[in-house]
Ligand binder design. Structure first.
Ligand SMILES: Nc1nc2c(ncn2[C@@H]2O[C@H](COP(=O)(O)OP(=O)(O)OP(=O)(O)O)[C@@H](O)[C@H]2O)c(=O)[nH]1
Ligand SMILES: [Mg+2]
Length: 304
């Protein structure tokens, strides 16, 4: 885990520099006046913490400064870190896997190119390594070569794979895959879906149809809709979560591409604004570049 933490810390270095480089500058030379607070506010917004989290943090610093509870810039910085830590660790989450023995289906959804297929490859390896019997279903029948891309991931992670012909109805593929996963005694079925813009309502309806047919194929199955968010997207992520949640529900988020971005603060914005908890984060293109989201660890990597 220590190795995971240091990789996470490396991945978040740009976000950390973006956030605290400027804040240190703002705090370093001046007292905590309105201009300094404005500068801190700007840094938080630029690191994509979002308006809600930023306002909460600035209000708290301002109020303590007024009451003269903050006597120097170190104390202000510590308060800021404490607030970010509190926001990150406040989300409640039910476990994704139920342990009851019935099939669990991860319906993996998101906008084009957010990292769904790659993440499925990573999830397959992670869970099969933990002793689960895993099958991947190729329900992106729309984009050319999507099925082959997914099949390569299934081979890399050594799990079962099920597909249909190109342009098959994705709901029909999901139905057959669920039946097949049950017949083969699988624990976990990972369903890849085509990328779709959250503003296209017909495509969003297709997701609720896929969900319904999985329920029909196995009423006992536990379906978890996981929304994959590109961590470099910024505040549009919040709109995506709203739209996908309305169409297919949302049991959790997977934030990808946190390696190398300066916008990793979006994870704080998500924790502040949304019910849906972050479940996994991805920090690279390799099969092992996925981590279960641990809020306290993330806070540490972001802030230390
Ligand atoms: N750096 C980095 N790249 C990633 C990560 N996850 C995915 N990618 C890259 O993002 C690109 C798109 O990934 P895909 O998995 O194909 O995305 P997708 O959501 O399935 O795309 P569509 O099916 O076309 O909607 C690929 O080049 C991946 O290698 C990550 O955590 N870090
Ligand atoms: Mg894909």
């Amino acid at each position: 885990m220590l190795k995971g933490l240091s990789k996470l810390r490396d991945s978040l270095s740009k976000t950390r520099d973006n956030l605290f480089g400027k804040i240190n500058l703002a705090l370093g030379f001046k007292k905590l006046d309105d201009e300094t607070l404005d500068n801190i506010e700007e840094s938080l917004l630029q690191a994509d913490l979002g308006v809600g989290a930023t306002t909460r943090i600035i209000d708290e610093i301002r109020s303590r400064a007024r009451r003269e509870l903050l006597s120097n810039s170190d104390e202000a910085l510590n308060l800021l870190k404490e607030e970010i830590r509190t926001i990150l660790t406040s989300a409640r989450k039910e476990p994704l896997l139920n342990g009851s023995g019935s099939l669990v289906v991860f319906l993996v959804v998101g906008v084009n190119g957010s990292g769904k297929t790659t993440t499925i490859g990573k999830l397959a390896k992670l869970h099969s390594q933990n002793g689960k019997k895993v099958m991947i279903a190729a329900c992106d029948t729309f984009r050319a070569a999507a099925v082959e891309q997914l099949q390569t991931w299934a081979m890399r992670s050594g799990v079962e794979f099920t597909r249909s012909h190109d342009n098959a109805d994705p709901a029909a593929v999901a139905y057959d895959a669920t039946i097949s996963a049950d017949a083969k005694g699988m624990d976990l079925l990972l369903v890849d879906t085509a990328g779709r813009l959250h503003t296209k309502s017909n495509l969003m309806q297709e997701l609720s149809k896929i969900r319904r047919v999985i329920e029909k194929a196995d009423p006992q199955a536990t379906i978890r809709t996981l929304l994959v968010i590109d961590g470099t997207t910024g505040q549009n992520a919040l709109k995506q979560v709203e739209a996908f949640t309305a169409a297919a529900g949302c049991d959790g988020l997977i934030v990808t591409k946190l390696d190398g971005t300066a916008k990793g603060g979006v994870v704080v914005a998500i924790a502040q604004e949304l019910e849906a908890p972050v479940r996994y984060i991805c920090i690279g293109e390799g099969i092992d570049d996925i981590q279960e989201f641990d809020a306290a660890e993330f806070a540490e990597a972001l802030l230390e």
